[in-house]
Design a protein around this ligand. Sequence first.
Ligand code: ATP
Ligand code: ZN
Length: 304
Amino acid sequence: MSLRPTKTRDRLRIAVQKSGRLSEPSQNLLAQCGLSFRQSRDKLFCFGENQPVDLLLVRDDDIPGLIDDGVCDLGFLGRNVLEEARLDQLASKGTSLLREVRALGFGGCRLSIAVPQEEDYTDATQLAGRRIATSYPRLLSKFLADRGVAAGVVMLSGSVEIAPRLGTADLICDLVSSGATLVANQLKEAEIILKSEAVLVGSTTAFGDERDDILAMLMRRLDGVLAVRETRMLMLRTTRADWPAVRDALPLGSLPTLTQIDGEGIDVAVQAIVPRPVGWPELEAMSRAGARQMLVLPVERMLA
Ligand code: ATP
Ligand code: ZN
């Protein structure tokens, strides 16, 4: 039996970070799904203009609670915040309704333990007896417990990276993307605790009202957008004699179509759907194999 509010609703409500790293990419993704919104005057609510889907703009930390309480049906969140909230709910209630519905491919980062640059780090046993500052006490404690390491967990809600200099902790466990912040604080990444990216979060309970159909529509569109996000269209020209070498140099997984053309010393045009972005080294390899006039284009939509 579910403890969620049983009140039925005929519109889907999604929690999105109000301002921060995830706000813009999350709203762009919804726009790519064909959804448009009108923002309320207080800028906290976005009313869905062309679909029964509304947005609530909030702090990312509030999203797990809003979904758990049934105030919102879905949310855009870093996996790091989701997993910390899940562990917290499991510890306090024994269960969690929160689930990761889709990984979204942006907001990539790692939750990592960092040690001083000069330290010769080899394995987690070196963490024993030290104080580690973090905003993710549940994830850090689980990592330590899984390895049987007894270390101190110091909870800080912000500016974790300066804790060693302030003397409030010896080490830190924080989010890392480029690593520039660690370098600036004379720290280096020692252990990766969680690989994170933005995810769509939902609940394990079905709605049992109109929202089930709205959710199915949204997921169909989202999967369509996510499927082609990495896809590229590659176009090039070459000679029939060079084609076997060019074909061998095509990015792995390419699906080429060959068209015969006449004149110009070039006799075939090639179009290939490539399942991921095409880098300069790959273009250069194709060029060496005899490919000319290469074009790489993004794919907006694909219907198989
Ligand atoms: P809010 O005001 O909503 O609480 P915040 O300061 O907690 O915002 P942001 O800094 O905007 O949150 O980060 C949101 C999410 O972006 C993180 O939870 C994480 O999943 C992801 N992220 C990606 N790269 C980084 C990074 N280098 N540092 C911090 N978060 C990152
Ligand atoms: Zn936050």
